[in-house]
Design a protein around this ligand. Structure first.
Ligand SMILES: C[S@@+](CC[C@H](N)C(=O)[O-])C[C@H]1O[C@@H](n2cnc3c(N)ncnc32)[C@H](O)[C@@H]1O
Length: 261
């Protein structure tokens, strides 16, 4: 799916239009009637093509998008810009909740960097869990055929580069190994306010939910990539929350989100 973002603001030059999907940026300062009309027609056409069109004119939101867009230029990331923004917003929403933050499924640190920056001055501890080497564990019969053992494998030098990228970030902790069997013990007595899961597989998602749910404070958020699009992730969430109060909220792209009550 192509993601287009569209913003419209009034400035000295008249209204300003922008549509972008990470690759294409279309911007026009439309003072004159024909350009303005053309831009409205273009938007209509994009919507008809089922392009994902959203509106941003809030200054803070625009700053978050600019940051994410900049990150896209320099770091590999498996999420769309819209998903990255969703993570950023969810981290901000938990600023008043006590507890550390965590991500399981870090790979080269794309979404982890978003979480790290969105923490802002709170500087809550951020715990990053991944095999950081072996990549995905063995998929199960509940997983789609496209997930393969060792996908997202990284080398020692790549792991060093990921750690270097976080060198100036405060209170970030790397946990290398299979989660939770190898690394869960390091945080077993901690409480959490935000957890991002991006592990692709049934067993990893199920284990992560079993580990973090009891340690998540009220108002804390668990967000996961691939709730739509990866049958193992869907099954793990649906099974785990079947007998819980919290609804699993499907977001507009592949993610889902749960707020602990
Ligand atoms: C799709 S990648 C993560 C992408 C990352 N969030 C980004 O922004 O680019 C999935 C990662 O999950 C990790 N993973 C899956 N199950 C795991 C488990 N049980 N323990 C540790 N890491 C796991 C894999 O090693 C892989 O790096």
């Amino acid at each position: 799916m192509t993601l287009f973002k569209f913003s419209m603001k009034k400035g000295k030059m008249g209204e300003q239009f922008m549509a972008r999907d990470g690759k294409y940026i279309l911007r026009a300062k439309a003072k004159q009637f024909p350009i303005k009309t053309a831009m409205h027609l273009l938007l209509k056409a994009l919507r008809r093509q089922r392009a994902f069109v959203t509106y941003f004119w809030d200054k803070e939101q625009a700053e978050r998008i600019a940051y994410i867009k900049n990150l896209y230029g320099g770091s590999p990331m498996g999420t769309t810009m819209s998903e990255a923004l969703q993570i950023y917003n969810a981290v901000c929403a938990t600023s008043k909740i006590m507890g550390a933050m965590a991500e399981v499924g870090v790979h080269k640190g794309g979404t982890a960097r978003i979480i790290s920056v969105a923490r802002r001055e709170s500087a809550k501890a951020l715990h990053l869990f991944d095999t950081f080497g072996e990549g995905l564990p063995q998929p199960s019969e509940h997983d789609d055929y496209n997930w393969k053992k060792h996908a997202f494998k990284i080398s020692e030098s790549e792991f060093d580069a990921i750690k270097d990228a976080f060198a100036s970030a405060n209170n970030v902790h790397f946990h290398r190994g299979l989660f939770p069997v190898d690394t869960g013990h390091a945080v077993k007595d901690k409480r959490f306010s935000f957890v991002n899961l991006d592990v692709d597989l049934y067993q990893s998602t199920k284990d992560s939910l079993e580990f973090f749910y009891p340690r998540l404070n009220k108002g804390g958020i668990i967000i996961s990539h691939d709730y739509r699009g990866s049958s193992g992730v869907t099954k793990a969430f649906d099974e785990f929350f079947a007998n819980k109060t919290e609804p699993v909220v499907e977001l507009s792209t592949s993610q889902c989100l749960v707020v602990k009550v």
